[in-house]
Design a protein around this ligand. Structure first.
Ligand SMILES: [Zn+2]
Length: 375
């Protein structure tokens, strides 16, 4: 995309980190996980992500989600998580421009060598199937964060978009957090209920992340983070990485998409494992809502609010590209990240502040988690 020279210079110099991208689930659902059927090295007109567009967007560090839908809870959630981790690792092995990064040292080496550093996050705590052994297995495979829930509550952590089962974390859920701290795996509070967020921030000795969530004071959806939690994340040293989904970004959209996850849950039950049919039905339903797209300024409003409440050290970017059904104007795909930098410069943020927002904050958190794990 074309931006002014000052933006291009700063964005090019930054280590740009995106906290959440769902390309792996797209590859599974649409292409049966056959990498030969979707060439990531070629530029595509559909979807949000491929290597040429990541390059154009100046994305240096991409977290890919090993996402597993909540309804796999009693039918092989761990197996699907392992398959998605394997898919990400196969993707990295296939393309020389991608490199798996296990820590901040790897990230800086990969970026210095002109590669895109890939990190893995598992989305949905049901994937550990109630077993700390499984958590340790994921860590051995290079997983750097676990999102504690997806759209449904698990037996040990409540989701923001389901009935509360535990009133936050169960005692086992607290053990999961402590084990993650010990392993140096980041705790991701996106998708969890306010009570779960509070419990995590009470229990976790390491800084936490929200890999793809905005500010609830700007858009009132339950998926966004309330101000009191933003203040606690600041005290904890963590980072909230802002989601680009119009439904969680544009203030008026919150009410329109309030029941989105409940409808999605019903549709998943209705269509069973037919991902394509489910996707089609979902898109038709979603289009009928008339959700306003918003634009880059709306996304930066979330960043700015988090800075006002928590400080510039506690905000980042977690687009959720290829996992979202509507994007703001000017943020159509991964090639558009420079638009964020342009808007931040336009609002008077300094280069130092912008470098933190674009990636350095997340790298600080990752390094801190490793340092605490080594102790
Ligand atoms: Zn998600």
């Amino acid at each position: 995309m074309s931006v002014d020279r000052k933006t291009a210079e700063l964005h090019g110099r930054a280590i740009v980190v995106d906290g959440h991208n769902d390309l792996p689930w797209r590859l599974r659902a649409e292409f049966g996980s056959r990498l030969e059927d979707f060439d990531v090295a070629r530029r595509h007109d559909d979807g949000h992500t491929d290597i040429p567009r990541l390059r154009e967007g100046g994305v240096d560090v991409q977290f890919f989600a090993a996402f597993v839908p909540s309804d796999y809870v009693d039918r092989g959630a761990a197996r699907v998580a392992l398959e998605q981790i394997d898919l990400i690792r196969r993707l990295v092995a296939r393309y020389a421009e991608l490199e798996l990064a296990l820590d901040v040292g790897d990230v800086r080496r990969s970026v210095a060598a002109g590669k895109i550093a890939v990190l893995i996050g598992v989305e949905g705590g049901h994937t550990i199937e109630g077993s700390l052994d499984m958590l340790r297995r994921y860590r051995e495979l290079g997983v750097r964060y676990l999102t504690l829930t997806h759209i449904s509550s698990t037996e040990w952590a409540d989701s923001a978009t389901d009935e509360a089962i535990n009133g936050g974390l169960s005692p086992f859920g607290e053990d999961v957090i402590r084990e993650m701290n010990r392993l140096g795996m980041l705790v991701d509070i996106s998708h969890v209920s306010d009570e779960t967020m509070a419990d995590v921030l009470r229990v976790s000795s390491a800084p936490v992340i929200a890999s793809h969530s905005g500010a609830r004071a700007v858009n009132g959806h339950a998926r966004n983070i309330p101000d009191d939690v933003l203040r606690d994340v600041a005290r904890n040293g963590g980072v909230v990485m802002v989601n680009f989904f119009s439904g969680f970004v544009v203030p008026e959209a919150a009410e329109l998409v309030r029941d989105m996850f409940a409808v999605g849950r019903e549709m998943r039950a209705q269509y069973g494992g037919d991902e394509r049919a489910m996707e089609k039905a979902w898109r038709t339903w979603f289009a009928g809502l008339g959700v306003p797209r918003g634009n880059v300024a709306d996304v930066v409003d979330h960043i700015e609010h988090i800075i006002d409440v928590a400080g510039v050290d506690h905000v980042g970017l977690g687009s959720d590209f290829d996992g979202i059904s509507l994007t703001p104007e000017g943020l159509e795909d991964v090639s558009r990240f420079p638009a964020i930098t342009e808007e931040l410069l336009g609002r008077g943020y300094s280069a130092e502040e912008i470098l933190k927002i674009l990636g350095e904050n997340l790298l600080r958190v990752l390094a801190a988690a490793d340092e605490m794990a080594h102790r």
